[in-house]
Write a protein that binds this ligand. Sequence first.
Ligand SMILES: C[S@@+](CC[C@H](N)C(=O)[O-])C[C@H]1O[C@@H](n2cnc3c(N)ncnc32)[C@H](O)[C@@H]1O
Length: 181
Amino acid sequence: MFDNGFIHITNVDYSDVVIQNMALTHEHCCSEMKWKVMDIRDMSEFQSSTFDVVIEKGTLDAMLVEEKDPWHLSDDGKALTTDILSEVARVTTQCGKFISVTFSQPHFRVPLLMKVLHGWSVQPETFGNAFSYFFYVATKGRSLGKKFPTVCPLRADVRVEEARTRHASAPREDFLLSLDL
Ligand SMILES: C[S@@+](CC[C@H](N)C(=O)[O-])C[C@H]1O[C@@H](n2cnc3c(N)ncnc32)[C@H](O)[C@@H]1O
């Protein structure tokens, strides 16, 4: 993403080892990037409506790994999900996006997201053939259907359009280049 022009990226993880190593690895190539040790259940260091796009890749999966039954989350799992997604919703701008990259299939992940992200739409995408993974693009304030008013018009972000045009021949599996931000 950085190489494609998205240079204002704040990366968080609750492991200080991860953050230190990643900050060190990227200090010369990507000096605009920020690195913070943070628990995503409490992102109070960030003001509300700070980010246009929030991306999680495998973090929800890691945090829900002890769940026994994906159809019925435990009370702890439900509370955890609510805490995470409430914080995500808080720090995302109106009409901003939350992107969740996961092995969790739509029949599990969409209801999980929609339970907390009220007033958002969710668009699932599948990547890969034999061993598929999924990403979900949720838009804050986008209509879910005729019943719900559309707050956010479809937005053409010039930089994204440029990035997509330049990488038109990239394989479809390169999901970040396929995003409609
Ligand atoms: C599957 S890894 C994904 C790492 C990275 N997002 C990537 O795509 O390479 C899950 C990450 O979630 C982090 N993590 C687990 N619980 C967390 C929490 N409560 N707050 C922030 N990060 C957490 C772990 O330290 C781990 O680095």
